[in-house]
Design a protein around this ligand. Structure first.
Ligand code: DX5
Ligand code: ZN
Length: 217
């Protein structure tokens, strides 16, 4: 089954509770955390995740775009994150392994994220420890960017790897996913679609979520 994870980066930050209720038919709430160092933007952090937790029953899919995420993963887990993904480019392999172990020790689902220039093989050292791999289909930092179709071979390669070595691991794509691009992502092997502007820009949000989920017709 295809899962839809609307990104609240495209929500109205003055009305986050309302905008999270508007996506109640989705599968995950995708929360983009940016530190202004790993990416050239600053978004939201631990206190916001904590306040959002009681507003929804959906799992919170927290995408950490921060340097040395090991420093903060415990706090994000305690704030109520259910899935926590860390970028493979954000620290040393050792520190990232420790971050993933900390997330697991909190009873949450750890994952790794690959920027567009990062090859599929970069996920391999972490495969054993993760429940989700996220492939960026834009440069991280901003919503509303153009989908990078040239990431699809990477998604295919990771799908092959997951099927061979870690069945059950989720494969998520993030950036520029809309009604025109969702099908190619699923065909390449993704099973979780993040969508910010495509969801929050819709007249009818539940219908848009359903249409994205049904992208294979
Ligand atoms: C970008 C974020 C994405 C972003 C997606 O750094 O990781 O989650 O919100 O937005 P859209 O779907 O508008 O490309
Ligand atoms: Zn994201």
């Amino acid at each position: 089954m295809i899962k839809i994870a609307p990104s609240i980066l495209s929500a109205d930050f003055a009305n986050l509770q309302r905008d999270i209720q508007r996506i109640s038919s989705a599968d995950y709430v995708h929360v983009d955390v940016m530190d202004g160092v790993f990416v050239p933007n600053i978004s939201i952090g631990i206190p916001v995740v904590k306040c959002l937790r009681p507003t929804t029953g959906l799992p919170l899919d927290v995408h950490l775009m921060i340097t040395q995420p090991m420093r903060y993963v415990d706090q994000f887990c305690d704030a109520g994150a259910d899935l926590v993904t860390v970028h493979v480019e954000s620290d040393t392999r050792e520190n990232l392994l420790e971050a993933l172990r900390k997330i697991r020790a909190k009873g949450k689902k750890p994952g790794v994220v690959l920027k567009p220039a990062t090859p599929a093989e970069a996920a391999e050292p972490f495969l054993e420890l993760v429940d989700i791999i996220l492939v960026m289909t834009v440069e991280p930092g901003f919503g509303g960017q153009k989908f990078m179709a040239d990431m699809m071979p990477k998604v295919q390669a990771l799908r092959t790897l997951i099927d061979a070595k870690k069945p059950g691991c989720e494969l998520e794509v993030d950036g520029g996913v809309d009604l025109n691009t969702c099908r190619t992502c699923v065909e390449a092997g993704a099973n979780v679609l993040v969508a910010g502007s495509a969801v929050y820009g819709a007249e009818n949000i539940p219908e848009r979520i359903q249409n994205l989920r049904n992208c294979m017709g």
